[in-house]
Every structure is written in structure tokens, then in C-alpha cells.
Ligand binder design. Structure first.
Ligand code: HEM
Length: 371
């Protein structure tokens, strides 16, 4: 018997698929996106260099923004395509920013700051969607990840609707069938899913790794005060998995019991009366507690050993292709192949339903009000 929540999720998937078909008619399909590397070489030759310079300053001030900006590119691309619409604001609180999955999103000011510098350099030339894509690339690079070429030439949309974000972004309690459906609607396959989920490698920086090296393998002992995770999640997305997985006050059986016990110490059950889960929205846990292995591949070792933080992470183990990929990367002796796959998957995601040519607009500020 399906729960009401599963029916609701199915409905979201149907809405997401229908919306993608309709929107797909008005924008470029992922395979044929007319983007190019170095699109601004004639119109704003210092654009990419400027983004990198500004990103260095931004991350020097707050390195926790690196994973947030990578996540922003994913949330932008999955909702009406990579069109910068995540930056738009609504006075009525009805824009993408106001949607539940985006309430924990950070980095809007960073994008606006980069945009302001580019506007001084080359007014009305570089789109917000491209700035988000370049900032995500530089966030990865400046966090000791790979540096890849980013295709540019996207233009910005001027529509932003909270409901689209709620329908198009998979919730953290998604199983592998749900995840595959959400991603296939965006022309991303099982391998892309497994690769992109590894973005959580950004959550384990060398400083953080040093903190956890002293911890027993695969186990998060606590969130030591001297440690700063740059990739975090609030407790809310995992409370159901820890305390009420099937509605019978149970724990997800696929979650490693020792890891679950540690998570429970950090994330107590929602208290009676805390109906809006406000506690779960303030407490934070690292996305990837690390294991003493190479920082960049540790996400896969972590998922394999513990079932991951979110149900959607653990779901990678329930499909032959995604499981095969997790096992391959977890056992790899070098990150090179993963880095290559990561670059490929990011470029592919960056082509999702883009606006180009005379579609959309290039506005002087990214975060303008839509109402
Ligand atoms: C089924 C797909 C996915 C689900 C359900 C999911 C869910 C989540 C959730 C619940 C958080 C924590 C938010 C919070 O409470 O603060 C998060 C954080 C994050 N997500 Fe995802 N995500 C998915 C896919 C992706 C993809 C494809 C990427 C990158 C391409 C990504 C990158 C990140 C990063 C880097 C963070 C850390 C953000 C920060 O520290 O500010 N996620 N995700």
C-alpha cells in the first residue's frame, strides 16, 4: 500500500515531466545546447578571469560558500533550465528562492558581487546563469577539486516560480527509482547521478579531514568545535530516516547502525510541539564525515560503508549501474577517472534547457523582483 507521501511524490514527478516537455519546446535540448567554451572571448575577454579572482576573495572570506555555490548551479539548472532564475526575487515570497528546497541555499550575495564586478567591466554582457556555472566550477577548483572548461553563452530567464523548484528537485527521501526519474527528465543518466552525487566530496576539506582522521573509520564521533565542515546539511532532511522511516517510529534499515547512532546524537528526534521542525532547520551535520581516505573519493567510500547521509545517497546502492560506479570509485587508487567523469557530468548538467541567442535577457542585476 502506498503512503500519501509516495503518491504526492509521484504527482510531483508527473508534473516535473510534463513541465519539462512544455519548457523543452521553448529552449535547447541538453544534447544540442548551443554553448561554447570561451563565449565571452570577444565581448568580455576578462570575464572568466574576473569570476575566478572574485571567487578567491569570496572563499577567503567564507570557504563554506564553495559547496553552496556548487549546489546553486544544480538547483538553477534543474528548475526551468540553467537560466539564473534561482536569483530572482518575489515580494510575495513565490519565487524559486522561497521554495522549501532553496530555503537553506546560500551564496546569492556572492553571485551578485561577481555580477557587479562584471557589470563595471562589460555592462549587460555576462549572464547570471553563466556566472553561476563559472562560480560552481571555481568553487570546485579552489577546493582542491578538478578544473574543467565551462561552456558559456546562456541567457537569463525572467520567470521564477517556487512551485517549479518544489516539483523539479528530488527530495532527500527519494529512492533510486525516483532519483532516476527526476534526473532522466533532465537528460541525465544513472552514471551522471552517481558522479554528481560525489559533489559532496566538497564537504570534506583538508582541515576537516584532519579533524576526522582521529575518528574511527567511517564513523562521525561528533562535530568537534575546532572542525569546520564546508558542506553541511541541516538535521531536518534526515530526521525521518533516523526516527520514522516507514511511519512506525523506525530507522532506515539500510543505514549503518553505528553511523545512525552518531547521527542521532547530533540530530535528536523532533520534539513534540516542534511541528515545523525548526530545531532540524538549525542544527547542522557534515555531509560526509570522512574516513581517513583521500578527501575527494571519500564520499563513495562513505556511502558504501554506511548507506550515506540521505536516503537518496544510500539509494545509489540499489541500482546496478550506480552501485557499480560507487564501488569502482570507492576502490580507485587515483581520483583522475572520477575527476574526468565529474567534469563531463557538470558540463552535461550545465546544458540543461538553456536559453541562448535572442532568448531571455542579460540584466544588470541578477536578483531583481518578479512581482
Ligand atoms: C536526489 C538529488 C539530491 C538531493 C535529494 C539533495 C539533497 C540535499 C540536501 C537535503 C542538502 C542539505 C541542505 C541543508 O539542509 O542545508 C544538500 C546539500 C548539498 N547538495 Fe544536494 N541533493 C541532491 C543532488 C545534488 C547534486 C546533483 C549536487 C551537485 C551537482 C548537489 C550538491 C550539494 C552540495 C554541494 C550540498 C552542500 C551545500 C552546503 O554545504 O551549503 N546535490 N543536498
Amino acid at each position: 500500500m502506498w503512503s500519501r507521501e509516495r503518491w504526492r511524490l509521484l504527482l510531483r514527478l508527473v508534473v516535473a515531466a510534463a513541465a519539462a516537455v512544455i519548457r523543452g519546446l521553448a529552449s535547447a535540448p541538453a544534447e544540442a545546447a548551443p554553448l561554447e567554451i570561451g563565449f565571452y572571448r570577444g565581448t568580455c575577454p576578462r570575464a572568466e578571469e574576473t569570476v575566478l579572482e572574485e571567487m578567491k576573495l569570496i572563499l577567503m572570506e567564507d570557504k563554506t560558500l564553495a559547496p553552496s555555490l556548487l549546489r546553486m548551479h544544480y538547483h538553477d539548472c534543474f528548475v526551468q533550465g540553467c537560466d539564473g532564475s534561482i536569483m530572482l526575487k518575489s515580494r510575495k515570497k513565490k519565487a524559486e528562492r522561497d521554495a522549501l528546497p532553496n530555503r537553506s541555499m546560500r551564496g546569492y550575495d556572492a553571485i551578485e558581487r561577481i555580477k557587479a564586478r562584471l557589470e563595471t567591466l562589460c555592462p549587460r554582457t555576462v549572464s547570471c546563469a553563466d556566472i553561476i556555472a563559472l562560480a560552481a566550477r571555481d568553487a570546485v577548483f579552489l577546493s582542491h577539486g578538478p578544473r574543467y572548461d565551462v561552456e558559456t553563452g546562456r541567457r537569463d530567464g525572467n520567470v521564477s516560480v517556487a512551485e517549479y523548484a518544489e516539483n523539479d528537485l528530488a527530495p532527500p527521501d527519494s529512492n533510486i527509482v525516483d532519483v532516476k526519474t527526476f534526473f532522466s527528465v533532465k537528460s541525465l543518466n544513472s552514471k551522471d547521478i552517481a558522479v554528481l552525487f560525489g559533489s559532496y566530496f566538497l564537504s570534506l576539506q583538508p582541515t576537516l579531514m584532519a579533524c576526522f582522521l582521529s575518528s574511527p573509520p567511517h564513523i562521525l564521533v561528533a562535530f568537534p568545535s575546532r572542525c569546520h565542515s564546508i558542506g553541511t546539511s541541516h538535521c531536518a532532511p534526515i530526521q525521518k530516516r533516523l526516527y520514522n522511516f516507514t511511519g512506525n517510529m523506525d530507522q532506515d534499515p539500510s543505514l549503518d547502525p553505528a553511523y545512525a547512532a552518531k547521527l542521532k546524537k547530533l540530530c535528536p528526534p523532533p520534539r513534540p510541539g516542534d511541528d515545523d521542525g525548526s530545531e532540524g532547520k538549525t542544527t547542522k551535520v557534515p555531509m560526509d564525515p570522512g574516513s581517513g581516505f583521500t578527501f575527494d573519493l571519500s564520499y563513495y567510500r562513505h556511502v558504501l560503508a554506511t548507506g550515506g547521509l540521505f536516503q537518496s545517497d544510500g539509494s545509489l546502492l540499489n541500482d546496478p549501474v550506480t552501485r557499480g560506479y560507487v564501488e569502482k570509485v570507492a576502490n580507485a587508487s587515483s581520483p583522475d577517472e572520477y575527476y574526468h567523469d565529474f567534469a563531463e557530468a557538470m558540463v552535461k548538467m550545465g546544458r540543461t534547457d538553456v536559453l541562448y541567442g535572442d532568448q531571455g535577457e542579460i540584466r544588470p542585476t541578477c536578483g531583481v523582483f518578479v512581482d
